[in-house]
Design a protein around this ligand. Structure first.
Ligand SMILES: NC(=O)c1ccc[n+]([C@@H]2O[C@H](COP(=O)([O-])OP(=O)(O)OC[C@H]3O[C@@H](n4cnc5c(N)ncnc54)[C@H](OP(=O)(O)O)[C@@H]3O)[C@@H](O)[C@H]2O)c1
Length: 337
């Protein structure tokens, strides 16, 4: 096979150096299934890996980053997959300790692969990817804990982000009244177009510092962490269901236990990495292809050429991205499905 294009992070003198380069198949980490990648995406985690924030990418040797990929199986030593299968892979070690989605080919273990469900194209699969899975798991878990649209509104922080915007759309189409919490007032039109019934700006949301604030939310999804989680907890209705997925402002939280105890709040940790069993992962992908498929996926996701990958990463740190960024790695057109 001819050399193919890849975007790798090298750690040189403790700092990340990203570059496009040509690789041979044997340069990739081994795996039973070879996939020709059509699309990948950019998540906050990919931006962190590219810019050396946190320690989420291996440093002892270069790594093709990209925690998400979709594509077509080229060859397989795993009997569960065959050439021509359309597949998606998200998380596990992909893109941080195993060569990931930013290359024209990947070799991955069969245990990490989900067959593309009917009803999703390879492009749509990356319009969803890790962000969609996170939103879907949050919705699935709060409903399993008893949340229904009749209970009251759902608050979503980081609402214009990848996870946030997909969650706004998914909850809205399930019949929930969604209140989007966002630092981007200028995106009110976008947030309303994907299902938010109202928007609370960042300053307004943080202004009320009471431990037991006016109860606004029967359910909530926090993508931001820090003080946002504290403010969300304080605004939950009695018996509210609060899903915690992100830490865009950091991992530390200072809060009080008062609303959690006095209002009997359920806190649900959301993790779509290895903890999410394959059986559950497949079930959620099926839901994302059917009842949870975001009606506004085409507006929420946008494609960038592979070449624009590096310069797009920085937009994740100044929080200027909106929706989900899909990377055209090997194909500009949705292939099949
Ligand atoms: N638990 C899991 O399994 C899992 C999976 C995927 C992602 N995550 C985490 O979930 C979070 C969101 O991921 P994402 O891919 O949606 O990221 P993203 O696209 O970068 O969106 C994050 C959003 O959070 C808000 N935000 C960012 N920086 C902020 C700041 N300093 N202060 C206040 N708000 C800020 C912004 O929304 P507004 O401008 O609208 O406020 C931003 O668009 C990240 O922390 C990510 O690591 C967790």
């Amino acid at each position: 096979m001819a050399p193919f294009k890849a975007f790798r992070v090298h750690t040189i003198d403790g700092k990340p150096v990203c570059r496009f380069e040509k690789l041979a198949m044997d340069d990739l980490d081994p795996g039973a299934v070879v996939i020709k990648i059509a699309y990948s995406a950019i998540t906050y985690k990919d931006a962190m890996a590219a810019r050396g924030v946190g320690k989420n990418v291996r440093t002892d040797r270069p790594c093709v980053t990209g925690v998400d990929l979709s594509g077509e199986v080229v060859s397989s030593q795993d009997p569960r997959f065959a050439a021509g299968d359309l597949v998606a892979v998200t998380n596990y070690k992909l893109g941080n300790d195993h060569d990931g989605g930013y290359a024209e080919y990947a070799r991955v273990p069969g245990d990490w692969i989900v067959s593309l469900p009917a009803g999703l194209s390879l492009y749509e699969a990356m319009g969803l990817g890790t962000s969609g899975l996170t939103a879907a798991l949050a919705l699935d878990r709060v409903e399993a804990a008893g949340l229904t649209p009749a209970a009251g509104a759902v608050g979503i922080t980081g609402a214009t982000g990848g996870v946030g915007s997909l969650a706004v759309n998914m909850f809205a189409q399930r019949g929930y009244k969604v209140i989007a919490i966002s630092g981007k007032r200028e995106q009110e039109g976008f947030l309303r177009s994907i299902g938010a019934q109202s928007i609370i700006g960042r300053e307004e949301f943080l202004a009320d510092r009471a431990s037991l604030a006016k109860p606004l939310f029967a359910g909530a999804l926090d993508n931001v962490g820090g003080v946002y989680l504290d403010r969300l907890a304080a605004k939950m209705q009695p018996c509210g269901k609060l899903a915690v997925a992100g830490m865009a402002v950091g991992a530390e939280v200072t809060t009080t236990v008062l609303p959690l105890i006095l209002r009997s709040i359920d806190i649900l940790g959301i993790n779509v990495s290895r903890q999410l069993q394959m059986k559950e992962r497949r079930r959620l992908w099926e839901r994302m292809a059917t009842d949870l498929k975001p009606k506004n996926l085409a507006e929420i996701s946008r494609a960038i050429p592979f070449e624009d990958l590096d310069k797009t990463m920085d937009k994740f740190f100044d929080a200027s991205t909106v929706g989900r960024v899909v990377v055209e790695v090997g194909s500009k057109a949705p292939v099949r499905g």
